[in-house]
Design a protein around this ligand. Sequence first.
Ligand code: 6PG
Length: 233
Amino acid sequence: MSAAPTVIRTKNFVADAAALIVERARKAIAERNEFRIALSGGNTPAPVYARIAAEARDFPWKQVRFTFGDERCVPPDEPQSNFRMARENLFVPAGVPEKSIMRMRGEIDPPTAAQEYEDRLNAIATNSGESIYQHDLILLGLGDDGHTASLFPGTAALDEKTRRVVANFVPKLNAWRLTFTFRLINHARHILFLVGASKSPRLIERVLAGDQQFPAARVNPSIGDVTWMIAES
Ligand code: 6PG
């Protein structure tokens, strides 16, 4: 059981989130010469990514490995694509080299794309002598139904105990998603939830209280720590 999460409520959400991420990155690179970060999708992170790109121009991006905690099953140039959002707000403005980015192929058969991504993570982990790929930082969002990544209430991926990345059909969206599983998420060194000011305070309170009906409440890294950064309007 990891320690209780750190909860930061801030009126300077974008600046504080960007600063925390860059601080974690510099620390990881200083300690291990690499920073492994999984990006979250949706709308909330976009201005944070843009802020990082604007502030961390001199950053050693070659030593950063970007993965994605989830992806919509659409081509990368579709407006819904999490990769497209990250490319527009971070990768292009910051000049991140393509070699630093591991894109989930949302445009192909979902189970194939999930297996392909998992195989890539497993190969890196094996080469590094790890049993499972360990992220330095995984960014997560909070959906209005308490989902995180693409782990939606009542979906099959919630019960996956072995796989690291799966295709998950989401009935409420009538759509497939690619997503990290809890197995992979809970192996991270640090997890940072980025929660916008529009999110229900009641939902946040219930998730922080550990209400297991909400997938976000099931994020509980075995050795890592969790920070919630919550925007205050
Ligand atoms: C996605 C995200 C998802 C997101 C939440 C919150 O692909 O949509 O990964 O988990 O973080 O739905 O989204 P907003 O930040 O847009 O509220």
